[in-house]
Design a binder for this molecule. Structure first.
Ligand code: NAD
Length: 491
């Protein structure tokens, strides 16, 4: 990392470039978005290689969760950019007679994106697409824990994007802290709730707006009564959303499953059978499951299972290979609720099942914990669905599937409470990096005399009618054909 004065000089240069207005031009934004798409297309092999090095992600999984989603985001932004950038006419109240008004999106300025390692390209570039589309200058700090992807971005972004306005800075927490000391017009952060608090604190210095895409424990409620016909489909979807998506190292992975007690052994047997179908008899040999990102995270997950009461609850899996950073898809039945496994975000291939007497009890269970980023419920019971929506609070609620919301760019993606602040994806990303400026133009042709002092009761009556009626109503009040409110006792 450069010295603080080098960094300040570079950021000063970027801000100067931003102020010249180039990044606000539609043609500039389009050229950057096309450049990014060219990078993804031309360097596909290198991208797969980097994701394999960092996480042993299979290229198909990498395409499904990162590359494909990014290309889709870019296509959408390129297609809709002019529409997003256009100003919208605003309706005006009668009090602003003979005026026009519009709402114009303007970029925020120089923005900082700090991202996480589990989807090292997706979580860096998807916000970048929104920031560029909105016309900002951007510094991106990818995670140091996916070093191959961070290096790939740092080496290629300058060749495909305008380096006067888009810069990648590599490094870990120390570099992050240096960056946080600078003045930004927006900070977009993806990572843990712990670091999210540090970001928010740093942002107070300049009253910088923040988007915090954080984590937490996402529950899945499995209603046994209503899935009898679709067991295999449901279990497939559960396993995909726990083990088949970066080995559970995803913010919206299912963290734990809530199911009725009477149904638990059927469920466990089905899960076991389908794990074998998905990852084979020896999952360690499977190339379809990612590895744990590094030793620290491997040891963190191992420690969760080292608790003797947790270990005793394992009903499937539990094998680990530290040298290969491999953890077998592991299922646990009723581990202690006060264990770290059930109080901390798991972020790995361990799936605890917590049994309840009746599925409706899941609502209290969820409400007694921090608001999750996502709540999943497999149920066809419409009453339960309605109760899940109205009686719980979470970033999103998905019925009968999981994780798919990430790829739906018409839905805002973001958390609530401890799972985050703000939202992005699709047009919401553009909004996140824009300020919607109100512009009004008044004519000199006419004025409502009653908005100016000196005050009297007839002015009050006219003001009241202007706030309550349309033009016609006001004329009727003026003509004395419509009653207005009572006057004040004015001395
Ligand atoms: P992290 O908070 O440790 O790190 C995230 C980023 O912050 C990294 O780039 C890191 O270098 C940087 N950083 C760390 N300490 C910093 C500091 N003191 N000052 C400035 N920057 C600092 O998180 P992580 O380990 O990368 O990711 C795991 C967490 O992220 C999980 O909780 C997960 O749920 C969450 N996550 C959320 C989303 C989402 O979209 N909501 C996506 C992925 C991950």
């Amino acid at each position: 990392m450069e010295t603080i004065s080098d960094l300040e000089k570079q950021l000063g240069g970027m801000r100067e470039f931003y102020l010249k207005g180039k990044t606000k031009e539609a043609s500039w934004r389009i050229a950057q978005l096309k450049g990014l798409r060219n990078f993804l297309r031309e360097k596909e092999e290198d991208i797969f290689e980097a994701l394999k090095k960092d996480l042993r992600k299979h290229p198909v999984e990498a395409y499904r969760d990162e590359l494909g989603i990014l290309i889709k985001s870019l296509n959408l932004a390129l297609n809709d950019l002019k529409k997003w950038m256009s100003s919208k006419t605003a309706k005006l109240p009668i009090i602003a007679l003979l005026s026009s008004a519009e709402i114009i999106p303007e970029p925020l300025g120089l923005v900082l994106i700090i991202s996480s390692w589990n989807f090292p390209l997706g979580l860096s570039l998807d916000p970048l697409i929104g920031a560029i589309a909105a016309g900002n200058a951007v510094v991106l700090k990818p995670s140091e824990l996916a070093p191959a992807c961070a290096a790939l971005l740092a080496a290629n972004i300058p060749n495909y994007l305008d380096s006067k306005a888009v810069k990648v800075i590599q490094g870990g927490p120390a570099v992050g802290e240096q960056l946080l000391q600078q003045k930004w017009d927006k900070i977009f952060f993806t990572g843990s709730t712990r670091v999210g608090r540090i970001i928010m604190l740093a942002a107070t210095k300049h009253l910088t707006p923040v988007t915090l895409e954080l984590g937490g424990k996402c529950p899945l409620v499995l209603d046994s009564l209503s899935w009898s016909l679709d067991k295999e489909v449901a279990v497939n979807r559960i396993l995909f959303a726990k083990f088949g998506c970066c080995a559970g190292q995803a913010c919206i992975a299912i963290d734990y499953l809530l199911a009725e007690k009477q149904f638990s052994s059927t469920l466990v047997n089905l899960l076991k059978a389908m794990v074998k179908k998905m990852f084979g008899e020896n999952p360690k040999e499977s190339c379809s499951i990612s590895r744990i990102v590094n030793k620290d995270n491997f040891l963190r997950l191992k420690k969760l299972l080292d608790d003797p009461l947790v270990k005793a609850s394992i009903v499937h899996g539990g094998q680990m290979d530290e040298d290969n950073l491999f953890i077998e898809p592991t299922i646990l039945l009723d581990p202690p609720l006060e264990s770290e496994l059930m109080t901390e975000e798991i972020f790995g291939p361990l799936l605890p099942i917590i049994t309840l007497e009746k599925i409706e009890d899941s609502i209290d269970f969820i409400n007694s914990r921090p608001k999750p980023l996502a709540l999943y419920a497999f149920t066809k019971n419409k009453t339960l669905q309605r109760r899940m929506i109205t009686e719980t609070s979470s970033g999103s609620v998905i019925f009968n599937d999981a994780i798919i919301q990430f790829a739906v760019d018409t839905l805002p993606f973001g958390g609530i409470g401890e799972s985050g602040i703000g939202k992005y994806h699709g047009k919401f990303s553009f909004d996140t990096f824009s300020h919607y400026k109100s512009v009004a133009r008044r004519s000199f042709l006419t004025d409502f005399w009653f908005r100016f002092p000196p005050w009297n009761n007839s002015k009050l009556l006219l003001l009241d009618s202007a706030y309550n009626y349309d033009y016609f109503g006001v004329v009727l009040v003026i003509l004395g054909l419509k009653r207005s409110r009572k006057g004040f006792n004015i001395n």
